[in-house]
Design a protein around this ligand. Structure first.
Ligand SMILES: [Zn+2]
Ligand SMILES: [Zn+2]
Length: 187
């Protein structure tokens, strides 16, 4: 994993957290309140060193995730100035600062948590940084909202021709079935 891959993984995690906290609908279901299991699933996208997540951390991830969601929606809708100032606020409030660290048996790599902040704040600092780097990159035009009904998920289009419309095969299939039903209803 090189430095860029590390931040890409954190960006995927930031988007997953945003979807779990800021979207009204996830893949046809009303979003449920954030819980410890979902936070761990988000973090697993970017780390294999799982911190312990208590209720206070969940609440902090929920609030931070909503802020990231708003900024990502603004980015997806080309409201770049608003997104930039929202991301700057997040970076400032999490006191994000690059620092090289090395865990036992790992190589030196960047973290963005200032010493003394909570676990959640440290991760939100990293997610804010990953989102900030998206703003200045070619990857930005891969960010979009799911085209399915009852899904507000954001995703990064992974296809070569940039034509992915849905966040998941679940949403793609749901949309196909709905289109088939409405055609049948009219015949
Ligand atoms: Zn690390
Ligand atoms: Zn979707």
């Amino acid at each position: 994993m090189d430095a860029t891959d590390h931040l890409k993984a954190s960006l995927e995690a930031a988007i997953a957290l945003a979807n779990a906290t800021g979207a009204e609908w996830n893949q046809g279901r009303a979003r449920s309140p954030l819980d410890e299991v979902t936070v761990e699933a988000v973090l697993r996208l970017t780390t294999n060193r799982m911190p312990s997540i208590d209720d206070a951390a969940v609440a902090e991830f929920a609030a931070g995730g909503e802020r990231i969601h708003r900024a990502l929606v603004q980015l997806a809708e080309a409201e770049t100035d608003a997104a930039a100032s929202a991301i700057n606020d997040l970076l400032a409030s999490t006191r994000a600062a690059p620092v090289l660290v090395r865990h036992p048996e790992s190589a030196w790599h960047l973290h963005f948590a200032t010493e003394g902040v909570s676990v959640a704040t440290g991760w939100l600092a990293e997610f804010g940084t990953a989102t900030a780097m998206l703003l200045g990159s070619d990857e930005l035009d891969r960010l979009r909202s799911c085209a399915a009904e009852r899904c507000d998920n954001l995703f990064l289009d992974a296809t070569r021709n940039h034509r992915q419309r849905f966040c998941s095969t679940a949403c793609q299939n749901r949309t196909k079935v709905a289109a088939f039903r409405s055609r049948s209803a009219h015949s």
